[in-house]
Design a protein around this ligand. Structure first.
Ligand code: PAF
Length: 279
């Protein structure tokens, strides 16, 4: 496994692999890898000749009061995990290798005014910018993203379509702890008491799935889910919403495929979870 820090050395390796006719898969990450990332890397390993993992805490997707400095980092662990899963290259740049001030942004207005985009106004602009840069640096055939960040996945798909990136986007299912909590690098912020409290997210998902299967309208589904979360004193709801799976706009009736998504603060830690319902 090789590790690169600069765009130039990464491009050189990619060019050689492409000349040998190899297919390239990319798993974009911000490091501190867990089993959710491992599932993306495994899928990427199955479907490509070359597996590239990017490991970069992207400053442009954090708001001024968010957790950029505190975001957990452990490159030795990431590197060992990637190696064990058959990764060929980790691209691990420093921010100065990626951004020279002032820089050009890729922005997407559609799909980003609801859910996380509403609470984190610059987030998806930063995500689209870094993902575009990674696509241009690695030029993968396929790129892998988790369904836990469902809005991000929808936005990346739309950006790839609109900007004509010749890349297939592969969405992978949410990976959960045994007790239901969705795997997230931010789970590490939780105290033991908060870790227990955080189960209200997956319990709300379960409740929402039950109620929606019984044919409830959006309002009832969301009320039931909020009820579960409000039973937990350490939880504060940022949003719980049902949106059209394609447009990310709120819906009242379950008439087409929908995404039911939430963001909840457990203490100071903001966690997300979701489920999709297909008609
Ligand atoms: O999902 C993430 O970890 C990040 O948003 C991504 C896609 C790696 C971009 O920094």
């Amino acid at each position: 496994m090789q590790v690169t820090k600069t765009v130039e050395e990464t491009r050189k390796l990619i060019k050689n692999w492409k000349m040998e006719g190899k297919t390239i898969g990319l798993v974009p990450t911000m490091g501190f890898l867990h089993e959710g990332h491992a599932s993306l890397i495994k899928k990427c390993r199955e479907e490509n000749n070359i597996v590239v993992v990017s490991d970069f805490v992207n400053p442009t997707q954090f708001g001024p009061t968010e957790d950029l400095e505190a975001y957990p980092r452990d490159f030795a662990h990431d590197s060992a995990l990637c190696e064990s899963l058959g990764t060929d290259l980790i691209f691990n740049p420093e921010p100065e290798n990626m951004y020279i001030d002032p820089y050009t942004y890729v922005n997407i207005d559609v799909l980003s005014d609801t859910l996380c985009g509403k609470s984190r106004p610059i987030h998806f602009k930063g995500v689209c910018t870094v993902v575009s840069k990674l696509f241009n640096i690695v030029s993968p055939d396929k790129a892998y993203f988790g369904q836990k960040d469902a809005q991000q996945l929808a936005i990346v798909r739309k950006m790839v379509q609109d900007l004509n990136f010749d890349i297939q986007i592969v969405g992978c299912p949410i990976v959960r702890e045994e007790d239901g909590l969705a795997k997230s690098s931010r789970n590490t912020y939780l105290s033991p008491k908060e870790r227990q409290a955080a189960l209200c997210l997956s319990k709300a998902v379960k409740k929402g799935q039950e109620v929606i299967c019984e044919g409830a309208m959006a309002e009832e589904v969301l009320d039931e889910m909020c009820g579960v979360i409000k039973e937990e004193p350490l939880a504060k709801i940022d949003y719980v919403s049902m949106v059209d799976a394609l447009t990310m706009q709120p819906v009242e009736k379950v008439e087409k495929d929908v995404l039911v998504a939430m963001a909840v603060y457990i203490g100071k830690t903001r966690l997300i979870d979701n489920f999709s319902f297909q008609m």
